[in-house]
Design a protein around this ligand. Structure first.
Ligand code: FMN
Length: 379
């Protein structure tokens, strides 16, 4: 077993253990992947201000996101197909998030259902919604999230059309996987994954199967999305969702200050500055590069969160210093999950927690709630 000291180590192990089709699904962006790369790269440009001879004892990362206490302001982002990286992946990740005191967000396109996760955890989790054309089904999903005691609804606004990811098309990504010769080969060389997958009955999109036609054999994600997702999604729909839900609402996929202002008008509780991890509009700027401007525009009116490219506690701390009240990690926890299951998610969160804590100390700060732009070199 290799020694794991960073998210990068988990990524390497993830590549070794997860079949190519699902590895590539995680580790890809749309078209040229320039935004995917920029999300990670732009963090490197931001530099911390080192302070010395200040009291670094009694540090705390405790904070809150949408008024809910968190042990550190780092949540697990909603990610589809997570249960294909490791058996019952969403249930395991939600359990670890609960144990670590951070929010877990379940995707509409998850393998484990809302009910599966609710039955496996004891604290409320968050549910991410995609708006589909069938409003009856969406109302039903919202009711299921309420019945499961979900404590926030996250409406994703940037995926009514699927950004083209070349690798998924080349790999013929499907759920459950199609047994072509090349897929069979790819699975045969990952026996650990195959055995692990045999240990669960959960191999499909359990939130939507039985409700949405074709959901059992999702042979083409893009064609299916085209058929089911509502391209006419508007701010009126946001209002409709807000009314049906009636609880804390987070709007995900905001990259422009005008949209951020409309989000404030909508009465939502928080926005997530996000380009979907570089998987939608390629050549969009990195999330971290637009964060500051959006915080300056709406930060006093609405809670601003961000995601995209966070691969360390240092990255997370930079986003907090720029004004995000909380951040989400997508791939960082998926690498851990695919590499080592529950233990890998725990390690990913522990690594990020430790890096954040120690970096905060080097910057001469004791409380995450006090971290601000003065800890960074800004132009
Ligand atoms: C494999 C994968 C699946 C994703 N699925 C969803 C999803 O179902 N719903 C959603 O709102 N965002 C989804 N996202 C985007 C994440 O919520 C998040 O915005 C992104 O992963 C953040 O970037 P990072 O992976 O660099 O941390 C997905 C991202 C990845 C990598």
């Amino acid at each position: 077993m290799p020694t794991i000291t960073s998210i990068h180590d988990l990524k390497r192990l993830f590549k070794r253990r997860v079949p190519k089709m699902f590895h590539d699904y995680v580790d890809s962006g749309s078209w040229t992947e320039s935004t995917y790369r920029a999300n990670e790269r732009d963090f490197q440009e931001i530099k911390f201000r080192q302070r010395v001879a200040v009291d670094m004892s009694n540090r705390s990362l405790a904070s809150s996101m949408i008024g809910q206490d968190v042990s550190m302001p780092v949540a697990l982002a909603p990610t589809g197909l997570t249960g294909m990286l490791y058996a019952d992946g969403e249930m395991l990740a939600a359990k670890v998030a609960e144990e670590m005191g951070v929010p877990f967000t379940l995707s509409t396109m998850s393998v484990c259902s809302i009910e599966d996760v609710a039955g496996f955890t004891s604290k409320p989790f968050w549910f991410q919604l995609y708006l589909m054309k069938d409003r009856g089904f969406i109302e039903d999903l919202i009711q299921r999230a309420k019945a499961a005691n979900c404590s926030a609804l996250m409406l994703t606004l940037d995926l009514q059309i699927l950004g083209q990811r070349h690798k998924d098309i080349h790999n013929g990504l499907s759920v459950p996987p199609k047994m072509t010769l090349s897929q069979l080969y790819n699975m045969a060389i990952k026996p650990r994954w195959c055995l692990n997958m045999l240990s669960t009955k959960r191999h499909s999109f359990r939130n939507i199967e039985g409700h949405v036609s074709d959901a059992q054999d999702l042979s083409s994600l893009s064609i299916w999305t085209q058929k089911q997702f509502d391209e006419k999604l508007s701010w009126d729909d946001v209002e409709w969702v807000k009314e049906k839900w009636g609880g804390p609402l987070i709007l995900k996929g905001i990259m422009d200050e005008k949209d951020a202002q409309l989000a404030v008008k909508s009465g939502a509780d928080a926005i997530v500055v996000s380009n979907h991890g570089g998987r939608q509009l390629d050549s969009a700027p990195s999330s971290i590069s637009v964060l500051q401007n959006i915080v300056d525009n709406v930060g006093s009116d609405i809670e601003v969160h961000m995601d995209g490219g966070i691969r360390s506690g240092q990255d997370a701390l930079k986003a907090i210093a720029l004004g995000a009240k909380g951040v989400y990690i997508g791939r960082s926890f998926l690498y851990g999950l695919g590499a080592m299951g529950e233990e890998g998610v725990r390690l990913a969160l522990q690594i990020i927690q430790k890096e954040m804590d120690i970096t905060m100390a080097f910057c001469g700060e004791q409380k995450i709630t006090k971290v601000n732009r003065s800890h960074l070199y800004l132009d």
